[in-house]
Ligand binder design. Structure first.
Ligand SMILES: Cc1cc2nc3c(=O)[nH]c(=O)nc-3n(C[C@H](O)[C@H](O)[C@H](O)COP(=O)(O)OP(=O)(O)OC[C@H]3O[C@@H](n4cnc5c(N)ncnc54)[C@H](O)[C@@H]3O)c2cc1C
Length: 265
């Protein structure tokens, strides 16, 4: 049996494994081996029915370094007026192109399709609902989990960036607190609270702010470009004025929900 040496072994070339790897190799010279039991990247999108498509705009889905779609607006059908949302076939082709045209030519990534990882953490990066949440960064192991609720690929890319740019696990975990997928309606409270607290931490680090502003996966990106608009100014003032009290309320509601009391405020 031969041994393969690498800096990072990424188990699974789904949206998260791809976004993580993309951000990591963009920011470092790390060597990466990707393993997937499917024959090509794209994860579950490879199995989707042909009519299945994204429910969010293609404009903010995928990996950071590659546009998906043309940022165009749907003209007909039930989504008319909204940004286009790619079909499963387009998404799979997108990831295949990213692998073949970017990752492999970079010389930093090797891809082993139709290979199962059978170690103790097999499948640990998949969309699972670890409860209680476990740290994302541990010595010799990264468990990709949600941070900002609702954007798995964005979180994976951010985790890749943080991994490439920080050395200390405690610091990385401070910037990427795990925020498990919801099981109940009241999980919205903790999901929102953790997302907001993480956002506050990011805002204190200029390089992360710059990365966020540059990231096509960041749904907030570009807000500063609209600051001339009075509506935007009003919204930002309201947001700033209410963030602290919102966090206090969320923490109180979270404590009530955890204690089983009705969260009625
Ligand atoms: C219909 C539909 C629409 C969606 N729309 C959106 C959307 O608009 N926006 C959004 O953000 N999300 C959307 N999602 C959520 C979607 O699941 C995520 O965006 C993302 O594709 C999940 O990627 P993943 O890498 O976490 O998991 P997966 O896609 O499941 O990829 C995991 C990969 O790991 C491989 N793997 C696992 N274990 C092993 C092992 N032991 N050895 C080797 N390989 C292994 C698997 O083969 C798989 O290829 C949608 C989901 C569905 C079903």
């Amino acid at each position: 049996m031969s041994t393969i040496e690498t800096d990072y072994q990424v188990i699974g070339a789904g949206a998260c494994g791809m976004a993580f790897t993309d951000a990591l190799i963009e920011e470092s010279d790390a060597d990466v081996v990707m393993v997937d039991c499917r024959h090509r990247p794209g994860g579950h999108w490879n199995d989707a029915y042909p009519f299945v498509r994204l429910h969010m705009p293609s404009a903010i889905y995928g990996i950071n370094s590659r546009q998906l779609g043309n940022d165009t607006i749907e003209q007909i059908g039930p989504n008319a007026g909204y940004y286009k949302a790619a079909t499963a076939a387009k998404i799979c082709d997108y990831y295949q192109r990213a692998l073949e045209d970017q990752f492999l030519p970079s010389g930093q990534v090797r891809f082993f399709g139709l290979h199962d990882y059978t170690g103790e953490d097999a499948g640990a990066h998949r969309i699972i609902r670890p409860r209680p949440a476990c740290p994302i960064f541990e010595p010799d192991r990264i468990r990709i989990q949600p941070v900002r609720t609702g954007f798995p690929h964005f979180n994976a890319a951010l985790i890749g960036y943080i991994e490439a740019t920080r050395g200390d696990d405690a610091d990385k975990n401070r910037l990427c607190p795990p925020n498990p997928y919801p099981n109940h309606a009241y999980d919205w409270i903790s999901n929102t609270c953790v997302s907001m607290l993480a956002r506050v931490e990011w805002s204190r680090e200029p390089d992360i702010e710059a990365w966020l502003e540059d990231s096509r996966l960041n749904i907030e990106r570009g807000a500063a470009n609209h600051m001339e608009d009075p509506k935007m100014q009003e919204a930002v003032i309201r947001l700033t004025e209410n963030t602290e009290s919102a966090l206090i309320n969320l923490k109180r509601l979270m404590a009530e929900a955890q204690a089983g009391a009705p969260a009625n405020a």
